[in-house]
Design a protein around this ligand. Structure first.
Ligand code: RIB
Ligand code: CA
Length: 319
């Protein structure tokens, strides 16, 4: 058991295959108490993302964790999904039983505000989808800026090509205006960019190891990542899959996985050609104060081994 009390985590998510792996990692990690899932449009339409979140908590034996429905569309731009990456359902080839639990009545934006204000400095908010929910929460209740204990964002592409346009990463591209509000809010987020996470790869041998244990969780991971690996092979030329979101979540309890650098960051919201492109002023050329710490190094190999071990432990616990 962890030496210190588990860290409370709010996970703002668009499940999505790697989001699903992040949810399972949270359930498998005694260092974390998952306070709630707030769901946002993104990898798939909000309705599928909510159904996936509920079904995943049921799969993980955690139906007590509240799921709140957030925003169905970006602040200004039209909804933009990644069904080529995650499948129409959002979970690839995996088919989970329809959940027997329902989302709470409270809107995701309101749940974020209420939980953060009720426990100032005690909650790590991990945002692994488009930032629409957080942006609206900031507009509705600016006091959450002082209340958030820690903000970790999976998103952005600074010195790497984008994964959605030649320049932009999906979470930022899907709602660049929300990202602009979040980046300018004085939250000093830890940014886990595509530059880093694209190298954190789960392979078929890792999946085969989990399948040796069998059971519904191993089968889910195998079927969800089978689609995800097919996409990566076609799109990026390697037989593995980037587990972006679990890597971001792990920084809540394993910050030593990463090295970070302070920098001023900003996002393009004017030009259609460069929409959603994020810049990081590592050299201080803008003269603007750093507003984020960016992960510049990450022990991807160590994390993948850790992730597989945690999945084995979860499988064994629920067997
Ligand atoms: O660019 C990768 C990110 O966008 C991940 O969070 C993935 O789930 C999608 O939301
Ligand atoms: Ca995601």
């Amino acid at each position: 058991m962890p030496a210190t009390a588990p860290r409370r985590v709010l996970l703002d998510t668009d499940p999505g295959i790697d989001d699903a792996l992040a949810i399972l990692l949270a359930l498998a990690s005694p260092e974390i108490t998952l306070t709630a899932l707030t769901v946002v449009h993104g990898n798939c339409p909000l309705s599928e993302a909510v159904a996936n979140a509920l079904a995943l908590l049921e799969l993980g034996g955690a139906t007590q964790i509240p799921v709140a429905v957030g925003c169905a569309a970006p602040l200004l731009r039209p909804p933009f999904t990644a069904t080529e990456t995650h499948g129409l359902s959002g979970l690839g080839y995996a088919r989970l039983p329809a959940a027997t639990i329902a989302p709470v009545a409270e809107h995701g934006v309101d749940l974020l505000i209420r939980e953060l204000l009720a426990a100032p400095g005690q909650i790590s908010l991990v945002a692994v989808g488009p930032l629409t929910n957080l942006a609206l929460a900031l507009r509705k209740e600016p006091q959450i800026v002082a209340a958030i204990g820690e903000l970790i964002i999976m998103g952005a592409a600074f010195q790497a090509d984008g994964n959605t346009t030649p320049l932009a990463e999906f979470n930022i591209y899907a709602d660049p205006h929300a990202a602009k509000i979040v980046f300018d809010a004085g939250l000093a987020p830890t940014i886990v960019p595509w530059d880093i996470t694209r190298e954190i790869r789960l392979g078929r041998h890792d999946i085969d190891r989990l399948l040796q244990r069998g059971g519904p969780i191993a089968e889910f991971i195998a079927e969800a990542t089978r689609f995800y690996i097919e996409f990566h092979l076609k799109q990026f030329g390697y037989a593995g899959c980037a587990i972006n979101d679990p890597a971001a979540l792990a920084l809540v309890y394993w910050p030593h996985l990463a090295r970070t650098t302070q920098a001023y960051i900003d996002v393009e919201i004017s030009s259609e050609l460069t929409m959603g492109k994020t810049i990081a002023d590592f050299q201080g050329l803008t003269g603007k104060h750093p507003n984020a710490q960016i992960v510049t190094h990450f022990d991807g190999e160590g994390f993948v081994a850790h992730f597989v071990e945690r999945m084995e432990q979860l499988i064994d616990r629920l067997a």
